[in-house]
Design a protein around this ligand. Structure first.
Ligand code: PBG
Length: 334
């Protein structure tokens, strides 16, 4: 029998370690477990239990009771934490997003219900005004529509304190105002919330991938203009490192890169540069693309779901915020 190789070659055949599943499992470099997942969950203040989000097949807005039941489900599946995103009655929205400060509002109510149902599940709250403002921006705007930095930060502190008071374990500013992490850490320390953690949306890009989320939280029709004066330019990578460095210096316990898949290079750079837990957010548009292609029969949706989640681990993420958390954990438990 002849081979195309000289006698001694190839002594190294990388395919040897791929020949069967036991050896592939033994030599795999990364692993995804339910403990890597943060369940991104949309909640609403209406009566109805579950309302489908049309741009995100498989995602539903949950009312308070359903959200509490979902927290129990997370505990059962081994999902360590839930990140909640509110859809409120449009009649409650105003220019200043004042409903965000209501201690009896949707978010504090959901936090308490979830903590009663499953105290062992971590609750992460988004700190930003966009679910509450009539104009859909993350902060307060001036006459020209410009989002005001320091004025917004002052309101965000109040919002985060309302969340902490209700029992949120982690507050996660997603607004991209300068200096908000330092101001927030001080406010939490001064009010006795020394153990409330800050997960900073440190490197957050002005992205088209947030499209379906706007429908999910009901800010789609509201948004005037775009968010490019506060969120990062997709062209930049050094800037992400500066954002992360500042947030760490100001007191962030953990940082996030968002969106996820199109920004794996940023996840890699951040996780390699800073020795700090780094999370990736697989955002609404990423979820929608996978579901849409799967529904058309163009890809194997489950397989692509698991492959993308693992890719975040490979890039160095400590964990992933994802709308696939429940489905992925179910698969991992099976
Ligand atoms: C708001 C916020 C957004 C998301 C999380 N928090 C949207 C935005 O910044 O415009 C996006 C989540 C997703 O797309 O899944 N500050």
């Amino acid at each position: 029998m002849t081979t195309p190789f000289p006698q001694s070659f190839p002594a190294t055949r990388l395919r040897r370690l791929r020949q069967s599943s036991w050896i592939r499992n033994l030599t795999s470099e990364n692993v995804l477990t339910p403990a890597d997942l943060i369940w991104s969950m949309v909640v609403h203040d209406g009566e109805e239990g579950r309302i489908p989000v049309s741009a995100m097949p498989g995602v539903e807005r949950l009312n308070v009771a359903e959200a509490a039941a979902a927290a129990k489900r997370a505990a059962k599946l081994g999902i360590p934490a839930i990140a909640i995103f509110p859809h409120i009655d449009p009649a409650k929205k105003d220019e200043d997003g004042s409903e965000s400060l209501n201690p009896e509002g949707l978010v504090p109510t959901v936090i308490k219900a979830m903590k009663d149902a499953a105290p062992e599940v971590g609750i992460i709250c988004d700190v930003a005004l966009d679910p509450f403002t009539s104009h859909g921006h993350d902060g307060l705007i001036d006459e020209a529509g410009y989002v005001l930095n320091d004025e917004t930060t002052a309101v965000l502190l109040e919002q985060a304190l309302v969340q902490a008071q209700a029992g949120a374990d982690v507050v996660a500013p997603s607004d991209m105002m300068d200096g908000r992490i330092g101001a927030l850490r001080s406010a939490l320390e001064e009010t006795g919330f020394t153990n409330t953690m800050i997960l900073s949306y440190a490197a957050k890009y002005a992205s088209g991938f947030y499209g379906p989320y706007r429908e999910a939280i009901g800010s789609a029709t509201a948004l005037i203009g775009d968010k490019k004066t506060y969120q990062q330019d997709p062209a930049n990578t050094d800037e992400a490192l500066r954002e992360v460095a500042l947030d760490i210096q100001e007191g962030a316990d953990m940082v996030m890169v968002k969106p996820g898949l199109p920004y794996l290079d940023i996840v890699r750079r951040v996780s390699e540069t800073f020795a700090i837990p780094t999370f990736a957010f697989q955002v609404s548009g990423e979820y929608a693309m996978i579901q849409a292609a799967a529904q058309n029969g163009w890809i194997d949706g489950e397989r692509v779901m698991m492959e993308t989640l693992l890719s975040f681990k490979r890039a160095g993420a400590s964990g992933i915020i994802t709308y696939f958390a429940e489905a992925a954990a179910e698969r991992l438990q099976a």
